[in-house]
Design a protein around this ligand. Structure first.
Ligand code: ADP
Ligand code: ZN
Length: 616
């Protein structure tokens, strides 16, 4: 492919338009690209969906030689390369899955400079064979994707990333660009140090994802709540449901399938072939729901994941943000939904208490959990709280989270808190017995049951003093006191116990403000206001056309054996449906329709538009 030389400042923009079919750069893409094209090193931090790939793909096309891209996920290299080939970019990969003939072919293409990008796994750089291969070609730049994998304290640590520190010694003149969506400044410093990128220019984007609507709801019947979310708001949409345990992944997937939702399980207990097959199907087919443990998701760059639902409380805000960030990479409105309840708090505190590791380690886990609980219980804007957590000052409410859309009421819960704490205090004196939250609430509500009569708890002065609140409200009180550290759980059975801070409440030295438990779960039929600014709504009359285009895309993707989004993204199909272009020239002006895709799919698209009888 002939491109203007790197000295031409318009080369990058021209490439963006012609090859990728986009009008303009986003955020600081243009600055990063200019810097790398000129030979500078860069460390790029952008949220998922921010558009990191173009930051190295365009320099790869503009600079002489082949860009070497280090990517940790062998299973996804084929898709990455397919997506580039679909826009007419010459790319290849080398990893252990290739047969010897294909390998030789790709190696020859690299040496001859017949490709523009070569994807490699980090472990490849430890092999002499690969190093000498690299010496035989001309390298345009090194791109280090998912650069946080070099962080030893992060959850995605890959020891092979440490070897990447040798790149500047061996290839001092080749620019390097490291990219990650992991936000904290500690990770950023660690990446710069370990990759010898201390002299690199840092580009740090805002981590806000305005098209994602954040919602955290009280957990009642989680699977049913999930089902109504999917039916009411996301029918036919692709999404991810995260569960803590393998067993609940399996059960939830079965439940969804039994209720007519196309869902697949994914967890480390499944054999590798099933896992790979389910992941492939999720990427390739439209509208599948993946029910998974957090083992699933890194590097999944499916742009049209419309929702991420958590049925269990994540262990940290970092994890939560990374997982929810997999929704809406294409910028279209998406939902991040979490159901959270008392049992989550009890369970996680127990897990921390019984975890291996020293006190410092347990404290670290507890601090992460506390930050997550604070996010769940806040009456402020969720987005503002998230961004502040990552060190970004937030301004006012976002208008696209549950607390902004339906501001929760807070109320003075000091008296109920005292009633609950007194009950715990009285039970605490029966040292060798174990009483969890359920039993305390039964006592407060004055419920007669076997356990109450066995221990004669109907004789306690607190028996029946809490009938002014409903059971769900009492569970809310317990949960919030646990979240605030005014109450704790002990032992294997989740026995409630007082903390030092409890005394302040019992001694009337502290008021307790609580978030009101909604009578019924808030149905968020509310239109995501913030998201409307990201992309135009599809006009109602264009919806049937969009569905026909989707059907055409599904058939084409199947025929070519590539994911549907490699053909066209949803955003592009929507625009085509809305504008209904009448000619190739009009079609070429739509964002996401580059030269190659116009040549390949232009006529078939116009045929779908012209013929309303095309089967959908
Ligand atoms: P990241 O790797 O940062 O998560 P991607 O590189 O996958 O993000 O980009 C996210 C989405 O945004 C992709 O669908 C990509 O095609 C699109 N995109 C990136 N840059 C632009 C741009 N300048 N104009 C329009 N779309 C863009
Ligand atoms: Zn908000």
């Amino acid at each position: 492919m002939s491109v203007p030389g790197p000295s031409d400042p318009t080369a990058a923009l021209e490439t963006l338009r012609r090859v990728f079919g986009y009008d303009a750069f986003r955020g600081f893409q243009a600055e990063v690209i200019e810097h790398v094209v000129a030979g500078g090193d860069a460390l790029v931090l952008m949220p998922t969906g921010g558009g990191k790939s173009l930051c190295y793909q365009i320099p790869a096309l503009v600079r002489d030689g082949v860009a070497v891209v280090i990517s940790p996920l062998i299973a996804l290299m084929q898709d990455q390369v397919d997506a580039l080939r679909a826009v007419g970019v010459r790319a290849g990969f080398l990893n252990s899955t290739l047969d010897p003939d294909t390998r030789r072919l790709v190696e020859a293409e690299f040496v001859a400079g017949e490709i523009d990008l070569l994807y490699l796994a980090p472990e490849a750089l430890a092999s002499r064979g690969t190093l000498s291969l690299l010496d035989r070609g001309r390298i345009a730049l090194f791109a280090i994707d998912e650069a946080h994998c070099v962080s030893q304290w992060g959850h995605d640590f890959r020891p092979d990333y440490l070897t990447l520190s040798m790149l500047p010694e061996r290839w001092p003149d080749v620019p390097r660009i490291a990219l990650t969506a992991t936000a904290t400044s500690a990770t950023r410093t660690e990446i710069a140090t370990r990759l010898q990128l201390t002299g690199a220019r840092h580009f740090v984007a805002s981590f806000d994802r305005p098209n994602i609507q954040y919602r955290i709801v009280p957990k009642r019947e989680p699977r049913k709540q999930l089902l109504s979310l999917l039916r009411d708001e996301h029918p036919g949409d692709a999404g991810i449901v995260y569960c803590l345990s393998r067993a609940s992944v399996d059960k939830t997937a079965e439940f969804l399938v039994a209720n007519g939702i196309a869902a697949l399980p994914y967890h480390a207990g499944l054999d590798a072939a099933t896992r790979a097959r389910n992941q492939q199907r999720f990427l390739r087919e439209d509208g599948l729901v993946m029910v998974a443990t957090i083992a699933f998701g890194m590097g999944i760059d499916k742009p049209d994941v419309r929702f991420v639902a958590h049925l269990d409380l994540p262990k940290s805000v970092e994890g939560y943000y990374q997982e929810t960030g997999r929704a809406g990479r294409d910028g279209l409105p998406s939902t991040a939904w979490l159901a959270y309840g008392l049992q989550d708090v009890v369970q996680q505190r127990k897990m921390i208490d019984s975890s291996e590791g020293d006190l410092a380690h347990r404290r670290n886990l507890a601090a992460h959990l506390d930050a997550m609980l604070a996010l769940c219980e806040t009456v402020r804007c969720r987005r503002a709280q998230l961004l502040e957590y990552f060190g970004e000052p937030a301004t006012g409410g976002c208008g696209n989270c549950d607390t902004c859309l339906e501001p929760p009421e807070s109320w003075d819960g000091t008296v109920p808190a005292q009633k609950l704490l007194s009950t715990v205090y009285r039970l605490d004196r029966e040292r060798n017995q174990r009483f969890g939250a359920g039993h305390c609430i039964d006592i407060l509500l004055g419920k007669q049951n076997d356990k109450v009569s066995q221990f004669r708890h109907d004789q306690l002065t607190v028996f029946g003093i809490g009938t002014d609140l409903r059971e769900a409200e009492w569970r809310g009180v317990v949960r919030q006191l646990l979240a605030e550290g005014l109450l704790t759980v002990e032992g294997d059975y989740g026995t409630l116990a007082l903390t030092d801070a409890s005394a302040e409440v019992l001694g009337r030295r502290r008021t307790v403000m609580l978030r009101r438990e909604p009578e019924r779960p808030a149905r968020s039929a509310a239109k995501p206001r913030g998201a409307a600014t990201v992309v135009a709504e599809l006009p109602a009359e264009a919806a049937p056309l969009f569905e026909r285009l989707r059907a055409w895309r599904a058939a084409t993707a199947k025929e070519q054996g590539v994911p549907a989004y490699v053909i066209f993204h949803d955003a592009t199909l929507r625009q085509i449906a809305a504008d209904a272009p009448a000619s190739l020239a009009e079609l070429s002006r739509i964002s996401g329709v580059g030269e190659n895709k116009l040549a390949k799919y232009g006529e078939p698209i116009l045929a779908v538009l012209a013929n309303p009888d095309t089967p959908a």
